[in-house]
Ligand binder design. Structure first.
Ligand SMILES: Cc1cc2nc3c(=O)[nH]c(=O)nc-3n(C[C@H](O)[C@H](O)[C@H](O)COP(=O)(O)OP(=O)(O)OC[C@H]3O[C@@H](n4cnc5c(N)ncnc54)[C@H](O)[C@@H]3O)c2cc1C
Length: 482
């Protein structure tokens, strides 16, 4: 071969390798509806797994609100910022761990040594201890790590006395579910791309948990009725506003969200969504909701609340479809699903000890949780911050709005009150029936189909990663092997 021909030939070979397969498009637009952790993660994983597509593939993210984050949001109470929606992450939430590193965010450990009590409407049926003193010097001494460890040991002992070995059975149940979930972080070389939620759950060994209630699963695991009716109930109520009759996988995730090592992101968890969008070379359309998605053969036309039309070869729905009104042409079919509404009420003030039959506010534990009783007007009340003896900021979760008269009886001082009505998560019913990931058999995808398994920041990210791989393989003809 003539030496001068060699560079020419190499250039030609390189060029021909860089061409997309003949049926793949030369330039395309992926449109994502919703800028929560799900939508931002889809954008992130498309870019991460296929950087070579960046010059030719536009990603548009539409968000009906004026800010990014969705159900990860902060609230400002009397000048201070607190998590208003999703607040805690599990140590094994590896996407969140990676996002934190990638985006240079700072992890914050939750404050240790808080006290818990279970309220039945008349009395506390269980209470951990907390030691504090009105004298600042003594209070400082009591906060020394070895004293705090001692208190936590005593509290573990109190739990053991009440619930016995069932506590270990509960831990095993949770660890097994968390272990199965960890399969979703396996290398993409050995991890399939899933076309349906059922397939995805079956592969990890989690599907059966969605077919039975948490109650049934825990009875089979040997937990005592007392533990199920008290501690487990308290946890499912706080995390999902539901009873132990919710489906088993959501229940297991809820229990995992009450274990050790939980964390959050300093300055607000929503920075994950903000950071992912910032890094993913997307056109972000804030304050622009999508009203309709029409299939026009080889592309979709999205029509927005601003009256704009967008042409997209791939469309991704990254929001639950249950309470929003997007018109699909032709119509799509998904199983009916109801969302659990959680009313989050934030109060800066002081709890009234009389409401709880106590003499001093200091005797009220940091977290007051409640049993499953329709008469009880709230699910939980927790202290977010103690400002001083006269004032704290509290978060109340309830299934119904907290009326002023009710708040006036629970609080002796109330300086500021903020109410948020969250369309929070699905109402979980076993057996769960899942909507499709691929809504129309073409290029219209649904991240929140996975939310019937469980609703967390991490499960949205896990679903989003699978959707990104589906898009890359089905539309762009790319296998992902980073
Ligand atoms: C009170 C509460 C507490 C929670 N606690 C935790 C917790 O401690 N830990 C945890 O991991 N998870 C928790 N969760 C669950 C967690 O918040 C969600 O599972 C997760 O944030 C869902 O993310 P997503 O992106 O899938 O959906 P979303 O966050 O709901 O994002 C969807 C986005 O789409 C937008 N949108 C909707 N319709 C349109 C439209 N037509 N056009 C354009 N945009 C649209 C919405 O405005 C929203 O921003 C909690 C949830 C609530 C409500």
């Amino acid at each position: 071969m003539h030496m001068l021909l060699l560079p020419l030939l190499l250039t030609f070979l390189n060029l021909s390798q860089a061409q997309p397969p003949s049926d793949a498009p030369l330039s395309s637009t992926v449109c994502i509806i919703g800028a929560g952790i799900g939508g931002s993660s889809v954008a992130h994983f498309i870019r991460k797994y296929s950087p070579d597509l960046t010059p030719t593939t536009k990603i548009r993210v539409f968000e009906r609100n004026t800010i990014v984050g969705g159900r990860i949001a902060t609230v400002n109470v009397a000048g201070e910022t607190f998590e208003a929606g999703a607040s805690i992450l599990h140590p094994k939430n590896l996407h969140a761990v990676n996002y934190t590193k990638l985006l240079n965010l700072k992890a914050r450990e939750p404050s240790s040594g808080f006290s818990l009590a279970i309220w039945d409407g008349n009395k506390f049926v269980f209470k951990t201890i907390e030691i504090s003193s009105n004298l600042p010097l003594f209070d400082k001494l009591l906060k020394l790590p070895f004293i705090e460890n001692l208190v936590s040991l005593v509290n573990s002992g109190l739990m053991f006395v009440r619930y016995g070995f069932s506590l270990f059975k509960m831990q095993n149940f949770v660890q097994s579910a968390v272990g199965s979930f960890s399969k979703y972080y396996e290398d993409t070389g050995s991890r399939p791309i899933f076309e349906t939620v059922d397939e995805m759950l079956k592969w990890a060994g989690l599907f059966n948990l969605t077919t039975r209630t948490l109650q049934d699963e825990l009875v089979d695991a040997g937990l005592s009725p007392l533990l199920i009716n008290e501690l487990v109930t308290v946890i499912t109520r706080i995390n999902y506003g539901q009873s132990v009759y919710m489906s088993g996988l959501g229940g297991a995730v809820s229990l995992a969200g009450s274990g050790g090592g939980l964390w959050s992101i300093e300055g607000g968890n929503r920075q994950m969504a903000v950071g992912l969008i910032d890094r993913s070379d997307v056109a972000l359309h804030l304050n622009e909701g999508i009203k309709s998605v029409a299939d026009l053969g080889d592309h979709y036309e999205l029509n927005s609340t601003k009256g704009n039309n967008y042409i997209c070869e791939v469309a991704v729905v990254a929001t639950p479809l249950d309470e929003i009104n997007i018109q699909f042409i032709p119509p799509i079919s998904i199983p009916e699903r109801k969302l659990q509404h959680t009313h989050a009420t934030f109060v800066r003030g002081l709890l009234n000890p009389v409401y709880f039959g106590l003499k001093a506010t200091a005797k009220i534990p940091d977290l007051v949780a409640t049993l499953e009783d329709p008469e009880l007007p709230f699910t939980s009340i927790s202290v977010l911050k103690k400002h001083n003896e006269e004032e704290s900021t509290y978060k109340i979760f309830s299934r119904k709005p907290m009326a002023d008269t009710l708040l006036n009886s629970i609080f002796s001082v109330r300086k500021e009150t903020i109410r948020i009505d969250w369309a929070a998560y699905p109402q979980y019913h076993a057996p769960e029936i899942f909507a499709p990931f691929i809504l129309d058999g073409r290029n219209l995808y649904y991240v929140n189909a996975f939310e019937n398994a469980a609703s967390t920041m991490e499960t949205s990210a896990v679903s989003a990663e699978n959707i990104a791989r589906l898009i890359l393989s089905r539309y762009f003809g790319k296998e992902v092997n980073p």
